[in-house]
Design a protein around this ligand. Structure first.
Ligand code: 1QQ
Length: 389
């Protein structure tokens, strides 16, 4: 009896020791973004940016050890994001996760990583409250509160006579609900009047009700917070019904994958951005060159932010080696995750977004923002973001 208890104890201890796993080369970095569903309009651009970053970083790697992106599709909803996170953490043993695509997904999936002490860098989560989810949650995507007001200032520059404003937002999406608060506050602080406030769902395809209300309100400016598929269709139907005023799109409009959705009706939309292909630093130049070589056009914001997210993980791992004076592969996974989380919050990184850093809470410090206007090509299918500020 006693003997068997002892044996059991020993076996348990051995098993425990075997679980103190080390990180193996190449160092696995998770990427959990949407590769299916409507949200893939963003996720496809994110994967491209992340892969360019992986290749760029691995020219020297973590002092010679390469990183390897392990990708897991989240789809467009919360359950998909939770599954992807659990798989990357428990099966793939990643040192950290880039993702998910939507704030709506982050509020469900991030707490899981946080509890397991796995660092997360959000590449596109812009809603209020993301870094506050926990100690292990950060982002390289500047919050809407910082970015969105620039678009309004630009709209007023283009038409100083704007007085009446329509505000529209997707009520089932955390980012859209957060962004519209910023837009509404900014409208009021500029002494403009919100004459109609319209809600929709990201799953909607018919926006007749909202578009009719906007036309009836006789506004000079319409501001839309939604995702690319719904937001693009809304704009298209608004123009088709005869709306002639200025349109501001929020962060959900920051993808070239919007262009086929609203077609020629995308022309003229104003969008504030956290990235410009013209940003003057060597990392951005390398990124833009590589992107242009392959895709024959300029990268958009979501690709650049995903690049930055992978890059800070890579450079963070180098900092862990410097701080511990050990190779990553000599350290236990749990130690790497904790040290990496600290490293992400120490010092700055020169990225395609410019020089950035994460504060203690994981919030990004970023200096420069832009406003673009969409210019559609004559074919009505392709187009580009033209920086106006
Ligand atoms: C968020 C966003 C979306 C537009 C990302 C694609 O900003 O969900 O936070």
């Amino acid at each position: 009896m006693r003997r068997s208890v002892l044996v059991t104890l020993l076996l348990t201890l051995c098993a425990g020791a075997a679980y103190a796993e080390h990180v193996t080369a190449p160092i696995p970095v998770g990427i959990a973004v949407a590769q299916t569903s409507n949200v893939a309009l963003f996720g496809q651009e994110q994967i491209i940016g992340a892969k360019i970053a992986e290749k760029y970083f691995n020219k020297s790697g973590v002092n010679g050890t390469p990183i390897k992106l392990v990708s897991q599709d989240t789809g467009g909803d919360e359950a998909g994001a939770i599954n992807a996170f659990q798989n990357l953490i428990n099966q793939e043993k990643v040192v950290g996760i880039v993702g998910p695509t939507l704030s709506q997904q982050a509020f469900s999936a991030d707490p899981i990583a946080n509890r397991l002490k796995v660092p997360v860098v959000g590449p596109s989560n812009t809603a209020k409250g993301i870094p506050q989810i926990g100690e292990y949650i950060g982002r390289v995507s500047a919050p809407v509160a910082k970015v969105a007001p620039f678009a309004l200032k630009q709209a007023l520059k283009q038409n100083p006579k704007i007085k009446k404003v329509a505000v529209l937002y997707a009520q089932n999406d955390a980012f859209s609900a957060s962004e519209t608060v910023t837009f509404q506050e900014t409208v009021k602080s500029m002494k403009l009047e919100i004459v109609t406030l319209q809600k929709f769902m990201t799953t909607d395809t018919d926006f007749t009700t909202q578009a009719t209300a906007v036309l009836g309100a006789n506004v000079d400016l319409a501001i839309v917070s939604g995702l690319a598929a719904d937001g693009g269709n809304l704009v298209k139907q608004l123009r088709q019904l005869g709306y002639k005023g200025i349109i501001i799109g929020g962060n959900g409009f920051n993808t070239a994958n919007l262009f086929p959705v609203c077609g020629k009706n995308c022309d003229g939309i104003l969008v504030a951005q956290a990235y410009s292909p013209e940003a003057n630093n060597p990392v951005n130049k390398a990124f833009v060159d590589e992107y242009r070589r392959t895709y024959k056009k300029d990268p958009s914001q979501f690709s650049a932010q995903a690049f930055a997210a992978v890059q800070v993980f890579g450079e963070g791992l180098r900092r862990v080696e410097a701080a511990t004076k050990k190779k990553i592969t000599q350290l236990e996974l749990s130690v790497v995750r904790t040290e990496l989380n600290k490293a992400l919050r120490s010092g700055s990184f020169v990225t395609p977004l410019g020089e950035i850093s994460l504060d203690n809470e994981g919030e990004i410090n970023q200096k420069t923002f832009y406003v673009s206007q969409i210019k559609m090509d004559a074919n009505g299918k392709s187009g580009k973001f033209v920086i106006v500020k």
